[in-house]
Design a protein around this ligand. Structure first.
Ligand SMILES: Cc1cc2nc3c(=O)[nH]c(=O)nc-3n(C[C@H](O)[C@H](O)[C@H](O)COP(=O)(O)OP(=O)(O)OC[C@H]3O[C@@H](n4cnc5c(N)ncnc54)[C@H](O)[C@@H]3O)c2cc1C
Length: 433
């Protein structure tokens, strides 16, 4: 049995953000998670609001309109200024993080247009510095470079689509250079190789003479995992032109950089992440949770906590489940799930980006992000919910996933710290009071 000021369930962007804020505010924090979250799958660009439903140019303004029009949307909890504050905080995490001077660029005021791995331009607000030169709003000439051994990235397809759909002058080429000359290497294998100056020299040797005078260079997002800033700068300097990363299929190297940065900040502040732990329930005393129950392999464990952050990622990460009888359940604490269509009603529509009736299902919360039941009353006083498990959003359609998880995770940590300060007084360092 362990005891902490706060137990955070979930190690995605929302859970880690809340955990770091809490730990840096003086709380003892334990993060429990079944596995890593969407960081290791998604591009980990902070997409605040990409579509409303048209492509959004100015997310801060569009957020204000969204919150006015949709009072049930979780962005109402943070507002445009709360999102901006979370982004400032997030950028600050990299400034003295383990990958410094690697940084994020952009703001909530403006969306860039960056190519996806299939050459579609997508709106994105805050992105790794290594991707920012891929903002193709003003067009330009691009040489998309892939590697024969990296099977998940198709430079010619990407370039063709960029030309066709975005009016960008682009061409693709494939290099025959790979770590240890292996035939099949994934994104992480390439990222480790790019940390090595001699590997970069081989790439530059094959590429330098083949570039046109005005071409920028697009590469898969594999430019280093230990020191991405150095790898990217080295390529830009030696090729003498802007170089940018394009997100590719999982594993996501940019997401791993985010995970490493936040976990290291948490460690420095005294917090801890334990993976391979499934939270299966809670023990309660009145309106408060006093401990969470967890399963580690075949063993059960109990972790006492003054407060709990639930950041389990919704259906995509197993935080919510729909059983064969179409009954939805919240897997960690057994909270009510809102927005699930009634038995017999349709849950899905035919098109992927359609307005699916089940799309906004999740845990409903009050203004302090506490879970509520169907009557609107808090289910627990000391639980705060954050991220993709919240009801009301449609991150896939809105392109708001990481913005929402960052902003609500940031606020969850802040709310808990403020509450503990009110109980314990300004001098208190722990949350227990
Ligand atoms: C392939 C892919 C591409 C994406 N592309 C984009 C994009 O381009 N732009 C964008 O904005 N968003 C995108 N998203 C969505 C975005 O990444 C997510 O919405 C966001 O990162 C979710 O973060 P989260 O912290 O809320 O949840 P997650 O990152 O899903 O984390 C949930 C955590 O909870 C844990 N967990 C769940 N249940 C339990 C339990 N019972 N016990 C213990 N732990 C549990 C999981 O193991 C995990 O650690 C993408 C997602 C994916 C998967």
């Amino acid at each position: 049995m362990s005891r902490h000021d706060a137990v955070v369930v979930g190690a995605g962007l929302a859970g880690l953000t809340a955990a770091v804020r809490l730990a840096e505010g003086g709380a003892s924090v334990l993060v429990l998670a079944k596995g890593v979250g969407a960081t290791h799958l998604s591009p980990c660009t902070i997409d605040v609001l990409g579509y409303d439903p048209e492509p959004v140019d100015h997310p801060r303004d569009a957020l204000r309109r969204l919150v006015d029009a949709r009072p049930d949307h979780p962005y109402r909890l943070v507002g445009a200024d709360g999102v901006a504050a979370a982004i400032d905080w997030f950028k600050g995490c990299f400034a003295d993080g383990p990958l410094s001077p690697y940084a994020y660029a952009g703001s909530v005021d403006e969306n860039m247009r960056l190519p996806t791995a299939v050459g579609v331009l997508r709106p994105s607000a805050v992105v790794p510095e290594t991707m920012a030169a891929g903002d193709l709003r003003a067009g330009g000439e691009v040489c998309v470079v892939g590697f024969r051994a990296l099977k998940d990235f198709h430079p010619v397809l990407l370039a063709d689509n960029l030309g066709r759909a975005a009016g960008v002058q682009a061409r693709g080429l494939e290099l025959d250079v790979s770590p240890e000359d292996r035939a099949d290497v994934n994104a992480l294998g390439f990222a480790r190789a790019f940390d090595d100056a001699s590997f970069r020299a081989r790439v530059i040797g094959q590429l330098a003479g083949r570039l046109g005078a005005g071409e920028r260079v697009a590469l898969p997002a594999v430019l280093g995992i230990a020191d991405p800033h150095a790898a990217w700068r080295d390529l830009e300097d030696r090729l003498g032109r802007p170089v940018f990363e394009v997100p590719t299929l999982p594993p996501s190297v940019p997401g791993m950089r985010v995970f490493a940065t936040l976990r290291e900040r948490l460690r420095r502040a005294g917090g801890r992440v334990i993976l391979n732990v499934v939270v299966t329930g809670a023990e309660r005393a009145g309106a408060r949770i006093i401990a969470v129950r967890a399963r580690v392999g075949l063993r059960d464990a109990v972790h006492e906590a003054d407060r709990v952050v639930l950041a389990t990622g919704g259906f995509a990460s197993g935080g919510l489940e729909l059983d064969s009888g179409w009954v939805a359940r919240e897997t960690a604490l057994g909270l009510p799930v809102a927005g699930v269509p009634a038995p017999g009603d349709s849950r899905f529509r035919p098109g992927y980006f359609d307005d699916h009736p089940i799309g906004r299902a999740g845990v409903a919360v009050d203004g302090d992000q506490r879970p509520v039941g169907p009557d609107g009353a808090p289910a627990f006083d000391n639980v705060t919910v954050a991220g993709a498990t919240l009801a009301g959003a449609e991150p896939w359609r809105e392109k708001s996933g990481d913005g929402l998880s960052l902003a609500t995770g940031h606020r969850a940590g802040g709310l808990m710290l403020a509450e503990s300060g009110a109980h314990a007084g300004p001098a208190a360092v722990g949350m227990g009071g």
